[in-house]
Write a protein that binds this ligand. Structure first.
Ligand code: SF4
Length: 395
C-alpha cells in the first residue's frame, strides 16, 4: 500500500522536524509528578531507550515549572511543556523547553495568549495548539449543541486564524476526542482546511489493550488517509507502551521502518516450539536494535521456511530440533534449548552488518508530493474562518 501523505508545513520541535516530508514522529507524555525530578528523569530515560522522539510533561504549578531546567538538562530528545489555564506557567516554561502546548480557549484573555506568543517567539520555539472535546468554547457548544467534530475543527481553525492575525505561524495542532469516529472526523475536517502539521491521537483511549486497539483504528485510519505528522498513543499504562504501540502502528502502515518486526505464527496442532514465549522474549531482548529487521518465529517446518521467506532471519520448530533460516533458506539445525540464544546472537550480528553497510537508517516515509489538493486555496497567511466547512464523507 502506498500512502500519499498530505502536504503540511514543517516546524521544528528541538531537533525533530514535524510536517512536510519529515517522518511521522512518535511522542509520549510522562506519567510522573513533574515536581519529582528524579522519577521524571528516570521515566524520560526509559522513554528515550524505547525510541520516543519527543516527550511532554505536565506543568500544573510553579514548582513543576521550576523543575523544568533540571529535567531538560538530563534528557536528549525534545521536551514539551503541557500548560492549562495559567499563562504565567507557559511564560516560565517557554524559557526552557522546545515547545509549549496550550489550549488558547482555556488560557483566558487574549492578551495572555499574546504574551505566550511573544515568549515562544523570543526563543524561536513552536506552540502546540491543542483543542479538546472537554474544553470547547461556550459559543461553539451552543452553536453545535455538543462537542461535535465540526465544533472541534472550528475551534482549532478559530485559534489558528487568531494566531495568524498576530503574525504567528510556528505551530502544530491537535484536536482530541476519546471517541474514535469523532476524532477521525475532527482531524479530517481540519486537515481539509489547513496545512498546519497535525499531532494526532485518541485521547483517554483506555487501558493497554483497549487503548491500543482504539488508537490503532483511529490513528491507522487517519494515517492511511495521509493525515498526521506526529502522534501519541494515549494509554492508561506505562508510557513506554505508548511508544511501542505508536511505532507498531507506523511500521504496520510502512510509514516507519525501525527496529525488530517480529513475525510469529499463531500456532496450531503442529507446533513444535514455544512460539508465544519466544516471540515475547525476542521483542523484549531485541528492543534496543534500531536497524529494521523482520524476524520470524514459526512453530513448525510444515510451512515454516516458506512462510518465513519475507523474514530477514527466523527460526522454526523441527522434529526435536529447531532450524535457523535466512531469507527463506536453511542455515543450520540447532538444538531446541539453544534456539533462542542462537537467534538473538544472529540477529545482533545481522543488525551490525546492516549498520556497517549503511542500511540502518529508515526511509523518510511516503512522498508528500502526490495526492494533496487543498480544498481551500492556501497562502502564506492562511485564513480559514468564514469558509464553508467541507461535508464529512460517509464511511
Ligand atoms: Fe501451525 Fe506450523 Fe503454521 Fe505455526 S507454522 S501455524 S505451527 S503449521
Amino acid at each position: 500500500m502506498h500512502i500519499s501523505r498530505r502536504k503540511t508545513r514543517q516546524i521544528s520541535v528541538g531537533q525533530v522536524k514535524i510536517g512536510g516530508d519529515a517522518p511521522v514522529s512518535v511522542q509520549s507524555m510522562c506519567s510522573t509528578d513533574t515536581r519529582d525530578v528524579t522519577a521524571t528523569v528516570a521515566q524520560i530515560h526509559q522513554l528515550e531507550a524505547a525510541g520516543c522522539e519527543i516527550i511532554r510533561v505536565a506543568v500544573p504549578d510553579d514548582e513543576a515549572a521550576q523543575a523544568l531546567p533540571q529535567i531538560k538538562a538530563a534528557m536528549t530528545v525534545p521536551l514539551i511543556a503541557d500548560i492549562h489555564f495559567d499563562h504565567r506557567l507557559a511564560l516560565k516554561a517557554a524559557q526552557i523547553v522546545d515547545c509549549v502546548r496550550i489550549n488558547p480557549g482555556n488560557i483566558g484573555a487574549w492578551w495572555k495568549v499574546e504574551e505566550v506568543i511573544k515568549a515562544v517567539n523570543e526563543r524561536g520555539i513552536p506552540l502546540r495548539v491543542g483543542v479538546n472535546g472537554g474544553s470547547l468554547e461556550r459559543p461553539l457548544l451552543e452553536k453545535y449543541g455538543w462537542p461535535s467534530p465540526e465544533a472541534l475543527a472550528e475551534s482549532a481553525l478559530n485559534a489558528v486564524r487568531a494566531l495568524e492575525d498576530v503574525g504567528f505561524t510556528n505551530m502544530k495542532v491537535s484536536l482530541k476526542a476519546s471517541d474514535v469516529h469523532h476524532a477521525i472526523d475532527a482531524y479530517w475536517l481540519f486537515s481539509h482546511q489547513s496545512d498546519y502539521p497535525l499531532h494526532i491521537g485518541i485521547t483517554e483511549a483506555g487501558t493497554a489493550m483497549t487503548g491500543a486497539v482504539k488508537s490503532s483504528i483511529g490513528l491507522g485510519y487517519l494515517l492511511s488517509q495521509g493525515i498526521g505528522d506526529t502522534l501519541r498513543v494515549s494509554l492508561a499504562a506505562d508510557p513506554v507502551d505508548e511508544v511501542k504501540v505508536g511505532f507498531e502502528i507506523l511500521k504496520s502502515l510502512e510509514l516507519r521502518h525501525r527496529g525488530i518486526n517480529v513475525i510469529a505464527c499463531p500456532t496450531c496442532g503442529r507446533v513444535e516450539i514455544d512460539v508465544v514465549r519466544m516471540a515475547n522474549e525476542l521483542e523484549k531482548k531485541l528492543g534496543h536494535i534500531k536497524t529494521p529487521l523482520n524476524v520470524s518465529v514459526l512453530g513448525c517446518v510444515v510451512n515454516g521456511i516458506g512462510e518465513g521467506k519475507e523474514a530477514d532471519i527466523g527460526i522454526a520448530g523441527g522434529e526435536g530440533k529447531g532450524i535457523l533460516f535466512k531469507k527463506g533458506k536453511l542455515v543450520r539445525k540447532v538444538p531446541i534449548e539453544e534456539l533462542m540464544d542462537t537467534l538473538i546472537e544472529e540477529v545482533e550480528l545481522l543488525a551490525k552488518e546492516k549498520e556497517a553497510e549503511g542500511n540502518a537508517s529508515e526511509p523518510i516515509g511516503s512522498s508528500t508530493e502526490a495526492g494533496w489538493e487543498p480544498l481551500i486555496p492556501q497562502s502564506d497567511h492562511l485564513s480559514t474562518l468564514g469558509k464553508e466547512i467541507p461535508v464529512l464523507p460517509r464511511r
